[in-house]
Design a protein around this ligand. Sequence first.
Ligand code: ADP
Ligand code: GN1
Ligand code: MG
Length: 370
Amino acid sequence: MSNSNQINGLKAAAAFSLSEDIISVDAFGSGHINDTYRVTTKNTHGKSFLLQRINHYIFQNVDGLMLNIKHVTDHLKTKIAHLPPEVQESRVLTIIPTKSNDLYHLDDDGNYWRMFILIDDTKSYDVVETTVQASEGGKAFGQFQLQLADLDASQIVEVLPNFHNIQFRLDNLNRAIAADAHNRVKEVSDILDFISSREDRMKTILNLAAQGKLPLRITHNDTKFNNVLLDQNDQAQCVIDLDTVMPGYVAYDFGDAIRTIINPVEEDEKDLSKIVLNIPLYAAYAEGYLNEAKEFLTDVEVHSLLEGVFLLPYMQGVRFLTDYLEGDHYFKTKYNDHNLVRTKTQFKLVEEMERQEEELKSAISSVLQD
Ligand code: ADP
Ligand code: GN1
Ligand code: MG
């Protein structure tokens, strides 16, 4: 972490209502959007805190964003009110207010900061290794949807409208192609052919929704596997990264989680031959998820899950590619063609899924038959 970031983090941390002195602020985690720091205090109980500089170029309505998180976490806490406070704090994010009792701190440079209790002794996996991890992740996201089913949706602001609307994402891509601001379109013509040849199928969920066949629910919308914390025994602890909790379709959450679970390597793996499908991990997630969710899912929703599995890596590829063509302003990147590398991994996943569609389908049906 650069010195200036560290100083900004230290200054920002001082704005929050902590009862102990701060010892250090260190960079933490591997998210692509916010800047995340671990705050260690001279706390006799060993509690640490999680400080985040909110990416307010992406989240322009920080008030709405933080109120959403407050409503969601308050609601989730009502479901576990019978548990001791320290257990509740490890199951649901806890916001630490500022000294003036606000949900975020705005510094003199226009940066927005927030703080949560850091849930210690947990792991967040960029690459899933075992069926236990996968199934626990499925259980956590299934419970998350179930527990939010009775949250009053009118309290939730749609912080990023059209977030998973594939038509919106394709329109953005087409605008980036037309502008070609970084002269990169010439490198990607094969990828553009791949995208257009699959457009029709990828609109299946949008079409079902337009026909009124899919219920809108409160969903997480960023169910990448590193957004669920597991304990040291790989039991699910807490769903995190609540920035995108909004009305959505369950297939989006299912597909986004599978996109990261079924891939045995990192999201930015350069050797595409390593991108093959890990069907046992997929099946384990499906089982963990459906055991929680089958009691509330409609038949059409169950049928839509497989479409979500195809759509989410496709949409993610479209989003990475758009960012590449626009000069990498959205996702954090570490090198020049990082977003292009990420684009290719997502489309390789789609290709592999097309080859193994029958296996993907039958894993879901066999969970439902049990
Ligand atoms: P981003 O939007 O940038 O992905 P996240 O909220 O997902 O930001 O945080 C980034 C990473 O920090 C997570 O993947 C996780 O590893 C870690 N993390 C976030 N919140 C907590 C928390 N409350 N306790 C422990 N680890 C956390
Ligand atoms: C971002 O914040 P993070 O790293 O968990 C992105 C997701 C993408 C993901 C791809 C708000 O997730 O939508 O699927 O990167 N979050 C936002 O890795 O755009
Ligand atoms: Mg995250």
